[in-house]
Ligand binder design. Sequence first.
Ligand SMILES: [Fe+2]
Length: 489
Amino acid sequence: MTTRSALTRWAAGSLALFLTVAVACAHDGHDDDHRHDHDHDHEHDHDHPPIPVPEPEAHRPSAIPDRIIRTFAGDTARTIAVTWRTDSSVAKAIAQIAPADAAPNFGASAKTITAVSQPLTTDLGPARFHSVVFSGLGPAQLYAYRVGDGANWSEWVHARTALDGPEPFSFIYFGDAQNDIKSLWSRVIRGAYSDAPKAAFIVHAGDLVNRGSRDAEWGEWFQGGGWVNAMVPSLPTPGNHEYERVKAPAPAAAAADVNAPAVKPDEHSAITRHWRAQFALPEHGPPGLEETVYYVDYQGARIVSLNSNERQAEQVPWLEKVLADNPNRWTILTFHHPIYSAAGDRDNPKLRDLWQPVFDRHKVDLVLQGHDHTYARSGLRAYNNVPTGLSRRDDGGGTVYVVSVSGPKMYDSKREPWMIRMAEDTQLYQIITVRGDALIYEARTAVGDLYDGFELRKKSGAPNELIERAPTTPERRRPAKPAAAAAAR
Ligand SMILES: [Fe+2]
């Protein structure tokens, strides 16, 4: 019901009611015609259920910057990358940066740069996305930046650059958020930030949303992270749910995909246009895979994102070079489809055959994955050609593989000997600390309980030492299904 029709009907109503409501309003100090309409609406429309605010309205951009997200686009010690969204009225977007200071007039010394802007028409309507890379910054410095158009500004946001060399740091890692993002994923990112407010960055291992072309889902994702996204840099890698079907023949390179979904001849799967519009990431990946295949160096660790969705073979020579020419003590990889699957009939042997020998050759320490909607963590694993069972070299070195899930969609897990710790029906976040020759890993449940833990120690001339730190609490497993339980009896 509109306010006007409510008023008309209200005016035709009883004078006594008017006096009662007017007196009540005067008494409690509310000078609010809306309150009258609201009260009256309730009397006459109690049989109308509430309706959700339409998505175009709930997620409508304005001239005020929103969806502000900090990322890395290059040198983590000397650059800060930021992306944000406005409506189409903002033709020229700008950003300012200054060394942060306790005195509030720090903005007087701010440097102003013009953003690179692009239109993006989504399923909910037109928008513009803007990005800047502040460069020429100093290592280990606290800056303040803001974004806007000169009249409509964001808040000043604090952002610290990395130290230029090895120095302890922690970061957060999430498996798939994907579903009920506002309702049930928001608590996980907020819990993780509460536990690790000084986190250097956040790794998202793909399937950030369920349908990558749906703007409302990205709206929820940005609501979940809120202002944390503007402060703590994100390192996202794409999942299959960031891909969508496009009505055009597939590019020739797609023929070699090992994970390509079956599509019609005149269709192919392509990453959502939201991805590159809203994340400013390094563009040094293989041609066509920029901002999905990339790496950054952060205080003694190289973090590499691979794109497990397409053109996986093309990424091998790129990865060989990135790992061969790596001065960092630690090497951590993230991609979406797990090398060792934790759930159902979802194993990825082709991807394992293609990529894991490269990981072994270059002694990758840790691989962070998603996709399986369950939790599983390995010991030190090296490649072999046995599709199941323990690796020959489980005790002789290798890489620790993790599959995790942060959102509420849950699958049954397999039980396999390589799983040192597993969980079902459990939303999790991970906090990983790199400190000299030690890497300390913690998985925590959505309510903050420690669920899994280990420490990797570098040994000169020898494989990493793995020290188990998992708590002795029972594994969180789904109750057996009735049919299975009956069969077991
Ligand atoms: Fe997935």
